[in-house]
Design a binder for this molecule. Structure first.
Ligand SMILES: Cc1cc2nc3c(=O)[nH]c(=O)nc-3n(C[C@H](O)[C@H](O)[C@H](O)COP(=O)(O)OP(=O)(O)OC[C@H]3O[C@@H](n4cnc5c(N)ncnc54)[C@H](O)[C@@H]3O)c2cc1C
Length: 468
C-alpha cells in the first residue's frame, strides 16, 4: 500500500483524499487551520448555520453529482427567482440571455444602459486576436460591444465569481466559449444566444442548474471528512506543513510539520493556495515556484446580517443584486440568502438573512476598516438600495484574505509551464482553485485528477481508473 500525503484540507484536498482512499492508498490530510473546508465554511449567525464563504455550486456538473451521490447527500435547489444589478442608483432586473454579461440581444440592455450605449452594443464588432493568443474578457467585450457593457454588466458578473477586474482576467481561462468564438472569428453575441437557448427550466430528470445543501455548503467538507475517517484516512487539522524534503535513498518524500515533527510519504498532493504551494516548492522546484508566485489573489469580506422578519418585504422576490464597480459603492454584491435558499427560510422563519460582499482585486481600501465599520458600511449600502431595513439582530464579518486566484491573460500557458516544471518531481501533483477553475466543481475535479496523477506515477503499469 502506498502512503500519500495531501496538504490542504479545502474541497480540492479532501476530494483528492477521497479519490485516493477509493483507490486503496493510505492517506493523510494536513490542514493548517482548526477545521476542514477552506473557503467552504458555515458559521452560526443568530443561532442558525449559514454559509459565510461559498454558498452555491453548479449542480449539473458531473464532479458535483458524483461526489454528492457517493456521500449520500441530496442537493437543495435555490428558489426560482431572478437577480438584479444596482446600477446608476436603481435596482434593474438582470438582462436575460447573456453569457458572462455578453448580450445575445442588445435590446435587452435597455434600462440598464443608455440609448447610445445600447446602440453601440447592437453594432457588434469583430474581435481580432492572433491564433493561440489571449486577451482579457474586458478588452474583448469592449472591442465587440463598447465599454458600457463591460462596466455595467461584465464587471459585476465577473466580480461575483472572481472578485476580479474584467480588463485583467483571461478570456481563454475564464470564458472558454467566448474565447473559442474569437479564435474562429464567430460572433460573441451569437455564442451567447446559443448558450442561452439551453432550457432555463430543468427537465424532470435533470438536477437544477445551481445547488446548495440544507445546513449550508459548508456541511460538504465536514461530511467528506467524516467519510474519509470512516474509510481509514487520517485528517489532521491544526497541522501546518512548513517544508518538503526528498529522501533520495528511500525514494520518499518527507513533510516537515509546524510542531517540528516529520511525516514520510510516497506521494504528495499539494492542494494549497498558490502562495503556500510556492513556499513549499521553493527549493525543490524553483521554476514551478516562480510560476506559482505570478498568480495573484483578490481579498474580500462577507458580512452576514440576520434581520427581524419585517425586513422580508423590502427584499421582494429576488435572490440579490450585483454592483458595477464604476458606481463606486462599498459593496460588490448582496445575496438575499433567506429568499434564495428555501431551506434557510424554513430553518429560521423569524429571521431574514442577507449577506453582502466587499473587496475586489487590487482594491483593498474598503477592507482596511475594522469589522464594525465594514458591517456598518454594508448596512448603509443595503438601506440605500432597498429602503429602511430594520436594525439587524446580528452581523457577522468573515474576511477572506487572498480568497480568490486571478486568472490573468496567459493563465492557461502559465499552468502548462508549471505542470512541466513539476513533472521533474516524482509523484507530486498540485490541485485547487489556482489552476483549472475556481468554482467548487472544478476544485473537486482537480483534486481527483491530481490523486490519479500521483498514483499513476507511482504505478505506471496500472493506470488508475478512479472511483467512477
Ligand atoms: C467568499 C467566497 C465565496 C465563494 N463562493 C463560491 C460559490 O458560491 N460557488 C463556488 O463554486 N465557488 C465559490 N468560491 C470559490 C471556491 O469556494 C474556492 O475556489 C474553493 O473552495 C477553493 O478550494 P481549494 O481546496 O482549492 O482551496 P481552499 O479552500 O483555500 O483550501 C486550501 C486549504 O489549505 C490550507 N493550507 C494552506 N497552506 C497550508 C499548509 N502549508 N499546510 C497545511 N494546510 C494549508 C488552508 O488552510 C485551506 O484550508 C468562493 C470563494 C470565496 C473566497
Amino acid at each position: 500500500m502506498v502512503d500519500v500525503a495531501v496538504v490542504g484540507g479545502g474541497i480540492a484536498g479532501l476530494s483528492a483524499a477521497w479519490e485516493l482512499v477509493g483507490s486503496g492508498a493510505c492517506v493523510s490530510v494536513f490542514e493548517s487551520t482548526d477545521r476542514v473546508g477552506g473557503k467552504l465554511r458555515t458559521e452560526n449567525v443568530a443561532g442558525t448555520p449559514v454559509d459565510v464563504g461559498a454558498e452555491s455550486m453548479l449542480g449539473r456538473r458531473p464532479e458535483v453529482q458524483q461526489l454528492l451521490a457517493e456521500l449520500d447527500l441530496t442537493p437543495s435547489p435555490p428558489a426560482q427567482v431572478g437577480a438584479s444589478i444596482w446600477s446608476r442608483g436603481a435596482l434593474r432586473a438582470m438582462p436575460k440571455g447573456t453569457l458572462m454579461g455578453v448580450p445575445s440581444d442588445a435590446s435587452t440592455l435597455a434600462g440598464l444602459l443608455g440609448d447610445a450605449e445600447v446602440a453601440r452594443a447592437a453594432d457588434e464588432q469583430t474581435v481580432r486576436l492572433d491564433t493561440g493568443g489571449d486577451i482579457s474578457v474586458g478588452d474583448a467585450v469592449e472591442q465587440a460591444f463598447g465599454p458600457a457593457v463591460v462596466d455595467r454588466l461584465v464587471e459585476p458578473l465577473l466580480g461575483g465569481v472572481y472578485a476580479g477586474d474584467a480588463r485583467y482576467l483571461s478570456l481563454r481561462a475564464c470564458v472558454p466559449a467566448l474565447y473559442d468564438a474569437v479564435q474562429h472569428g464567430n460572433s460573441l453575441g451569437g455564442t451567447a444566444a446559443a448558450a442561452s437557448r439551453q432550457p432555463a427550466v430543468a427537465a424532470a430528470d435533470q438536477p437544477p442548474v445551481f445547488a446548495g445543501l440544507r445546513g449550508g455548503i459548508g456541511s460538504l467538507p465536514t461530511r467528506l471528512s467524516e467519510a474519509l475517517h470512516a474509510a481509514g484516512a487520517q485528517v489532521r487539522v491544526g497541522t501546518l506543513v512548513t517544508g518538503i524534503d526528498r529522501d533520495e535513498q528511500a525514494g520518499r518524500w518527507r513533510l516537515v510539520l509546524g510542531d517540528g515533527t516529520t511525516f514520510d510519504a510516497d506521494a504528495i498532493v499539494l492542494a494549497t493556495p498558490a502562495p503556500s504551494s510556492a513556499k513549499l516548492l521553493a527549493t525543490l522546484a524553483p521554476g514551478a515556484c516562480d510560476e506559482l508566485r505570478a498568480i495573484e489573489y483578490a481579498s474580500m469580506a462577507v458580512v452576514t446580517y440576520a434581520f427581524p422578519a419585517s425586513a422580508r418585504e423590502l427584499l421582494g422576490e429576488q435572490s440579490g443584486f450585483l454592483v458595477p464597480p464604476v458606481d463606486g459603492r462599498r459593496i460588490k454584491a448582496s445575496t438575499f440568502s433567506s429568499v434564495k435558499w428555501p431551506w434557510l427560510a424554513q430553518e429560521s422563519p423569524d429571521l431574514v438573512f442577507v449577506r453582502v460582499s466587499a473587496g475586489r482585486f487590487r482594491e483593498t481600501e474598503a477592507l482596511r476598516r475594522p469589522d464594525a465599520l465594514l458591517a456598518a458600511d454594508g448596512l448603509a449600502e443595503l438601506r440605500t438600495a432597498l429602503g429602511p431595513l430594520p436594525t439587524p439582530v446580528a452581523a457577522h464579518v468573515r474576511r477572506w484574505g487572498g480568497g480568490l486566484p486571478q486568472y490573468a491573460t496567459g493563465h492557461i500557458d502559465l499552468v502548462a509551464r508549471l505542470r512541466r516544471e513539476l513533472s521533474s518531481l516524482p509523484a507530486v501533483s498540485v490541485a485547487g482553485a489556482a489552476y483549472d477553475g475556481v468554482g467548487i466543481p472544478a476544485c473537486i475535479g482537480s483534486g481527483r485528477t491530481a490523486a490519479r496523477t500521483v498514483l499513476d506515477q507511482l504505478n505506471p503499469s496500472e493506470p488508475t481508473e478512479g472511483r467512477s
